[in-house]
Design a protein around this ligand. Structure first.
Ligand code: PMP
Length: 395
């Protein structure tokens, strides 16, 4: 009876859209090779771990984070990313800090979500754009990518004209497809809308220098969002947004005043001081990505070692993951309630101790797609073995 009463209260008071919503799934990774979330697989060298520990231990965690702590971190970021003012000093006025870029996405949506406001993004892309837009009370307009995952420019420009978005998210490189959008296409979007265009550069460390960070002065409606998660600090939760102060000022106004913990802020500043360690790790991951792509390609097509049971496509990637499409061995079959072959392959891989992301239900363009995070070389080999076995086991 108590449970029923509680359910009645929830039904009455919790927003219906939230009641109908699925949680952002964080699957159990116990004892698994974890290749589902684009983390850096490498730890800090032990000497640096010890130094970090001593530094964190000395912090006054009885106090709220201070403006000084945040300013010091912003300065380190500004130096790292070349955000310098006219005086060649780090320009912190163009930065807002977030508890991961997840929080910044949410704050950006809250910033613009007046009645009728529209948030737009290509689809498929990072799922939090849609979730945050809707939670903030804005409408979300997804514009499908083309089959090769490039921007459908006629559709984008038409949607911008029709919906007049306040906010456009472009993940650069895109998640989960791994590609970089065409420069001229992004410029055309920046020109077509007066809304804020956020280039989400979460995967910039793997994109060979491709970035919009140096373009902030050229475009009044450009913001570049980055995160420390993918290059090594996913556990520390630190994202940041760079834009002209007309945007950062109001965004900073709605930021919870202590959104970054002292521990996260200082750990991030420490990591930036030792960035060469992470730069080496990301370089190793870029090499591992090349190796992985070659090994995956050997599973493609009738010439491949798995014949018709192998992969259909290995997509090129400028990020630390590779999207693959599993061959649909029952091609032409009408959709059923049956999980896709890719879903069954993902389950079989988990049974073999490897956790990857089943992307096949995220969007129609991703039918039978799996997203494979690039791990350490030995992890990638274990993943390939599990994938090969799973593809054989599930014809
Ligand atoms: N943007 C993109 C494109 C992502 O893929 C992710 C993480 N998967 C994020 C933002 C969020 O990252 P974080 O909150 O860890 O900064």
């Amino acid at each position: 009876a108590m449970a029923t009463q509680a359910a009645v209260r929830v039904a009455r008071h919790v927003r219906p859209d939230v009641q109908a919503m699925h949680a952002y799934g964080v699957p159990d990774a116990t004892d698994a090779i974890k290749l589902d979330a684009m983390e850096n697989p490498f730890r800090l060298p032990e000497a640096l771990q010890a130094e970090l520990g001593r530094m964190l231990a000395a912090l006054a965690i009885n106090r709220y984070p201070s403006g000084t702590t945040y300013r010091a971190l912003k300065q380190a970021i500004a130096v790292q990313d070349g955000l310098l003012g006219a005086d060649a000093q780090p320009d912190v006025s163009r930065l807002v800090l977030g508890n991961g870029s997840d929080e910044l996405i949410s704050l950006l949506c809250q910033l613009v979500a007046q009645p009728g406001a529209v948030v737009m993004a290509p689809a498929p892309s990072f799922v939090m754009y849609e979730m945050s837009a809707k939670l903030a009370g804005a409408s979300f307009v997804p514009v499908p990518l083309q089959a090769d995952f490039s921007l459908d420019m006629p559709a984008m420009l038409q949607a911008i004209e029709t919906y007049r978005p306040a906010l456009v998210f472009l993940a650069y490189p895109n998640n989960p497809t791994g590609n970089l959008f065409d420069t001229a296409a992004v410029q055309a979007i920046l020109r077509a809308t007066d809304g804020l265009v956020v280039l989400d550069e979460a995967y910039a460390p793997f994109a060979g220098g491709a970035s919009w960070m140096s373009q902030l002065d050229a475009w009044p409606n450009l913001a570049v969002m980055r995160t420390c998660s993918k290059w090594g600090l996913a556990g520390a939760r630190l994202g940041y947004l760079a834009a002209q102060p007309v945007w950062t000022e109001p965004l900073d106004r709605i930021r919870p005043p202590y959104n970054i913990s002292v521990l996260d802020a200082e750990a991030t500043r420490f990591a930036l001081q030792h960035f060469e360690v992470f730069a080496q790790q990301t370089a190793a991951l870029c090499e591992a990505r090349t190796t992985l792509a070659v090994r995956l390609q050997a599973l493609v097509g009738s010439q491949g070692s798995l014949g018709a049971n192998g992969l259909d496509t290995v997509y090129p990637s400028a990020a630390n993951f590779v999207l693959v499409r599993v061959a649909d061995t029952v091609a032409g079959a009408t959709p059923t309630a049956q999980p896709s072959r890719a879903s069954r392959v993902a389950t079989a891989m988990r049974e073999r101790g490897v956790l990857i992301k089943d992307a096949s239900r995220m969007h129609p363009l991703l039918a039978n797609c799996l997203r494979l995070t690039v791990g350490a070389p030995a992890e990638n080999e274990a993943m390939l073995a599990a994938l090969t076995e799973a593809l054989q086991a599930i014809p």
